[in-house]
Design a protein around this ligand. Structure first.
Ligand SMILES: NCc1[nH]cc(CCC(=O)O)c1CC(=O)O
Length: 332
């Protein structure tokens, strides 16, 4: 793009900023409720809504209460939710068998939401961390997170989610080759129309701290995830990962975390033009919440500004814990 403008005073860029009407006319991006994917945490039990201390306003809900939350979201116009299981240590095993149990909380929640709201797009999480005794996204053998055996398990997990009714499979594990393996299995398993939103460029980030509390992984995790999640210093590598996942059959791709990685969002969108999403992760959410609770920032304005930033950076949509609050504001 080559902007052309006359020298001052013929050009006064403030002219188009002078009134709300003019600003609305020249506004380049818009945020809509349809851009939002709402992540929710599901746990065992019934009638439970348990606050997560490190994520003010976010709950762990039993399946029945997740359906109530879906009703609320649906009434606000939200049409996409992402289900994350919370598991206690007693639900975690070395073989991670809970991950592909058709009756695990996540799969029951997916089925329950789809039953009540067939038009809600429900996204799953594909990774072993919430079922793994050691909190890693893959199987651990002699201290190594093994790739290929993990991919076989991820395929079983994804198929169970598709069987439960998931519209969007969300592999967040960062193993190599999982998109092709999941895609092949979905095609063979009569799930041709199930989409894959790949966590293609997922960084080994400290911004996931509150999420690991939320899913019960903080105590469980041994070591770090740097052998599979990306180095925050890298950007070209993100493009290689996105290219790889698209060529293996991903329908949509994600950059994660969000705000600190908007440069990656822009590069991905410009390079591939594929549907691109960002995950405004738990730490980003909690920072805004904490500052607002201290009276240091205006929560609503910072929330909306941060969400608009994703649109400006080229994202088609954003996974955000703010989804209901943002939808309420957008609905006026
Ligand atoms: N499969 C793990 C997973 N899926 C989503 C998040 C983070 C989400 C957030 O911080 O909001 C993580 C954390 C991790 O990689 O340890």
């Amino acid at each position: 793009m080559t902007p052309v403008q006359a020298p001052y005073p013929a050009t006064r860029l403030r002219r188009t900023r002078a009134t709300p009407a003019l600003r609305a006319l020249v506004r380049e991006n818009a945020l809509e409720v349809g851009d939002l994917i709402w992540p929710v945490f599901v746990r065992a039990g019934e009638g439970i809504e348990e606050p997560i201390p490190s994520m003010p306003g976010v709950m762990r809900r039993s399946v029945d209460m997740v359906v109530e939350a879906a009703a609320e979201a649906h009434a606000l116009g939200i049409r996409a939710m992402c289900i994350f299981p919370y598991t206690g240590l007693e639900e975690r095993t070395e073989d991670c068998a809970g991950a592909w149990d058709p009756q695990n909380h996540a799969n029951r929640a997916i089925a329950a939401i789809k039953y009540r709201f067939p038009d809600m797009a429900v996204m799953s999480d594909v990774a072993l961390d919430t079922y793994n005794i050691n909190g890693h996204d893959g199987f651990v053998e002699d201290g190594i997170i093994v790739n290929d055996r993990t991919v076989e398990a991820l395929v079983k997990m994804a198929l169970a989610q598709a069987d439960a009714g998931a519209d969007i499979i969300g592999p967040s594990d960062m193993m190599d080759g999982r998109i092709a393996a999941i895609r092949t299995a979905l095609e063979a398993g009569n799930h041709q129309d199930v989409t894959i939103l790949s966590y293609a460029a997922k960084y080994a980030s400290a911004f996931y701290g509150p999420f690991r509390d939320a899913v019960g992984a903080s105590g469980a995790l041994t070591g770090d995830k740097k052998t599979y999640q990306m180095d925050p210093a890298n950007s070209d590598e993100a493009l290689r990962l996105v290219a790889r996942d698209l060529s293996e059959g991903a329908d949509m791709v994600m950059v994660k975390p969000g705000l600190p990685y908007l440069d990656i969002c822009r590069r991905v969108k410009d390079s591939f033009g594929a549907p691109t999403f960002a995950y405004q992760v738990s730490g980003e959410y909690s920072m805004i919440k904490a500052a607002a609770q201290n009276g240091w920032i205006d929560e609503e304005r910072v929330m909306m500004e941060s969400l608009m930033a994703f649109k400006r950076a080229g994202c088609d949509g954003v996974l955000t814990y703010f989804a209901p609050a943002a939808a309420r504001l957008l609905n006026g």
